[in-house]
Design a protein around this ligand. Sequence first.
Ligand code: HEC
Ligand code: HEC
Length: 297
Amino acid sequence: MTSFWSFWTSIIILGTIFGSLWLLYIVRKSEPFKTETDQSVGHEFDGIEELDNPMPNWWVIMFVATCIWGFGYAILYPTLGNYEGLLGWTSTGQWEEEVAQADEKYAPIFAKYAATPIAALAKDSEAMKVGQRLFANNCAVCHGSSGRGALGFPNLTDDDWLYGGEPETIKQTLLLGRNGQMPAKGLKPDMTNSDVNDLTHYLLAFSNRSDDAAAVERGGKMFQTACVACHGADAKGVQAIGAPNLTDNIWLYGSSAAKITQTLLHGRAGVMPAQEQALGQEKVHLLAAYVYSLSQE
Ligand code: HEC
Ligand code: HEC
């Protein structure tokens, strides 16, 4: 906060506290602890008269107590602009302390899980409950709470893998992240729109969805020049670079002709963020087991 805003907010907070007390003081009655007077202020509505009574004591005491509490709080905790408070409390400090306590408490459990091979860990239902919670907190935003994915985010519950579904491969995916690179128009940037249309037909034909045999044939030829290096001669994909199988009718970016054409024209670049720094080896190990378990059911 700049010193202007620091000053400004402090003035407002302190001004409110002392302004309220001052207001209370100037409207006080000369005999504050005398409760009832019969003095009328001269207003009368339908036979009901307004009397000039002092405020009830309990109310005044509570009001003053609240002001004292507020002032005390402002002195002890970081309330007034950049002033840090006498107790030195910070929200990050509290968070770090809680995390440190939790880490200490759960470290032995994670250490035990980390020593168990992934495939065996995937069968441990207690461990999988912990894994599910980790997944909900760290992965569900992209892959969905059930791991079924969404457009652009792969389904982790089927046995179709971009990078491979072996336990160690999954762990590698999580630790280091992945970066899918599908270049626009493959290896032939001078490709025409009609080439793209042919290729779309070629891909649709794998699921019997093309009605243009000539286009399929032309597309197949183009595929062998522009695409084969990554997706393989049979278009079944290459897991080492995350090039998907294009023949199984499972689509990361949508199955329609329009979506496929869009992929070919503009390319795609899916990013799976690396988790090594964020979660650490042991949690990643447990999550790899959880992901592995999803596709085993
Ligand atoms: C910001 C979104 C995002 C988050 C968060 C995320 N992922 Fe991913 N993940 C992706 C995307 C996108 C891909 C596909 C990458 C590609 O297209 O190459 C992917 C790929 C994967 C793969 C590879 C799937 C395959 O078919 O090979 C696995 C496994 C995976 N994620 C698991 C996880 C786990 C476990 C977490 C939680 C720690 C997680 N992801 C968090 C977006 C995310
Ligand atoms: C440099 C390697 C490379 C080349 C060349 C390449 N691709 Fe890809 N392709 C990929 C990768 C990697 C992905 C996955 C992208 C992602 O995960 O975001 C992909 C994704 C796709 C998809 C989306 C699949 C889905 O499930 O939604 C289609 C369709 C596709 N490629 C078709 C082609 C065609 C047709 C060609 C030739 C014109 C081609 N690719 C050339 C690497 C390549």
